[in-house]
Design a protein around this ligand. Structure first.
Ligand code: PLP
Length: 413
């Protein structure tokens, strides 16, 4: 059978696993434990000699079905799902790194990932933060004890795009793990496998789930990395094909020791949400491009940060790598406008901290998600007090443009 397209593959994923009664969705299985008529079978499941479920923290049929969907979306070989995106990133680091290791990370990071890396330093893992829009900065930071390089595809809120292709080649040359957070692009816009990423992280909470009604995260092994070269694997997980050694250790250590497991109800919501990922991304990205262009031509807006604008420093890179320019952009308002007043005048745009929802959401960056880091660090990262980040949804574009128009208009008095 020929390989089907992105959405067809996803829609028919559950049913191809021959679920009970011919249901089209893998059912929500709430059971934590699994009974075996023959105790020997239970022992064989524990010993890894037979496939099967033993305890809900490590494996659940509803979650397994979602993992398979994400693996197919990413064109990978295996995935491990977690309770949140942060749980996926944290569990990956904790299971693969040891005290004395060094990692190189993009300096342009989701705030909580930045916080996690600062915490990791307390446990003896050194971290170099570099401007990853140029692979030369990553190369200059490598050390003998470097284990992995971590980047996001499009960073938020300023939308810098990592030098993905060149970093992938660099990591391959040095046998380093290349871990890419694909949340902002989603596998519909970009599959990090094409730039030789080893592991791909997706916060399922965002575009893949798409409706702001469930938290989840997933790490996918692309099959690009030769795990026989990785020093931190435990001998008991080096069984079977070496291509699965890494994900096995992430599952065993991440889920068993840390236990931030995805629940079956959330997995079901996220799986159903993922079925319309392509449709939602087409619409959201198109809306974002039109709104970003509108803002770029409006005197009430000082700067627009969006990879789809030719003025964006990595516009050509985005055009080469991604099928669309993403659904998130930021602006600096003109000094005449107060960012809170502007946000309050918007009607279809909700002041909210999430992103990747079907609704358009906006947040005043310096006063919320980047408040804790202080004015000095914000200035060093180019975050102005008047910056607003938009996560663009699937509303009718005419309504969004009209809303921006009235909210940006000169106010009487
Ligand atoms: C939201 C987000 C995460 C974390 O996901 P949660 O499900 O909120 O824990 C990680 N990376 C990026 C780029 C994100 O936007």
């Amino acid at each position: 059978m020929s390989k089907k397209g992105f959405t067809t593959t996803n829609l028919h994923s559950d049913r191809r696993g021959n679920p009970e009664h011919g249901v089209l969705h893998k059912p929500v299985h709430p059971s934590v434990a699994y009974g075996y008529a023959d105790a020997r079978e239970l022992a064989e499941v524990f010993q890894g000699k037979r496939a099967g479920y033993n305890y809900g923290r490590q494996l659940n049929p509803t979650v397994t079905a979602l993992q398979e969907r994400v693996t197919k979306m990413e064109d990978g070989i295996a995935s491990a799902a977690f309770a949140t995106g942060m749980a996926a990133i944290g569990s990956t680091f904790f299971s693969l790194l040891r005290a004395g290791d060094h990692i190189v990370s993009s300096a342009f990071l989701f705030g909580n990932t930045n916080s996690l890396l600062l915490t990791l330093q307390q446990f003896g893992v050194a971290v170099s933060f570099v401007d990853a829009t140029d692979a030369a900065n990553v190369a200059a930071a490598l050390q003998d004890n470097t284990r992995l390089v971590f980047v996001e595809t499009i960073a938020n809120p300023v939308t810098q795009i990592a030098d993905l292709q060149a970093i992938g080649e660099l990591c391959e040359q040095h046998d380093l793990l290349f871990c890419v957070d694909n949340t902002m692009t989603s596998p519909y816009l970009f599959r990090p496998r094409v730039v030789k990423a080893s592991l791909v992280v997706n916060a399922l909470t965002k575009y893949i789930g798409g409706h702001g009604n469930a938290l989840g995260g997933c790490v996918t092994d692309t099959g690009c990395y030769d795990w026989t070269k990785y020093p931190n694997l435990y001998e008991n997980y080096k069984t079977g094909s070496p291509s699965l050694w890494g994900i096995t250790q992430i599952r065993k250590k991440g889920l068993r020791d840390i236990g931030a497991s995805l629940g079956p109800e959330a997995a079901h919501h996220l799986a159903v949400g993922s079925e319309t990922l392509a449709l939602r991304m087409e619409r959201s990205c198109s809306n974002a491009l039109q709104l970003a262009r509108f803002c770029a031509n409006h005197p009430g807006v000082k700067n627009v940060y969006y990879p789809g604008l030719p003025s964006h420093p990595q516009h050509e890179r985005a055009k080469t790598l991604f099928s669309h320019f993403g659904a998130l952009f930021s602006i600096d308002l003109d000094d005449r406008l107060d960012c809170f007043d502007f946000l309050n005048r918007l009607d279809c745009v909700i002041s909210s901290s999430n992103l990747g929802d079907v609704r358009t959401l906006a947040i005043p960056v310096a006063h919320t998600i980047y408040y804790e880091m202080g004015a000095e660090r914000r200035a060093s990262m180019g975050i102005a007090d008047s910056m607003i980040r938009f996560s663009v949804g699937i509303e009718d574009i005419a309504d969004l443009v009209e809303d921006f128009e009235q909210a940006l208009a000169d106010q009487p008095g």
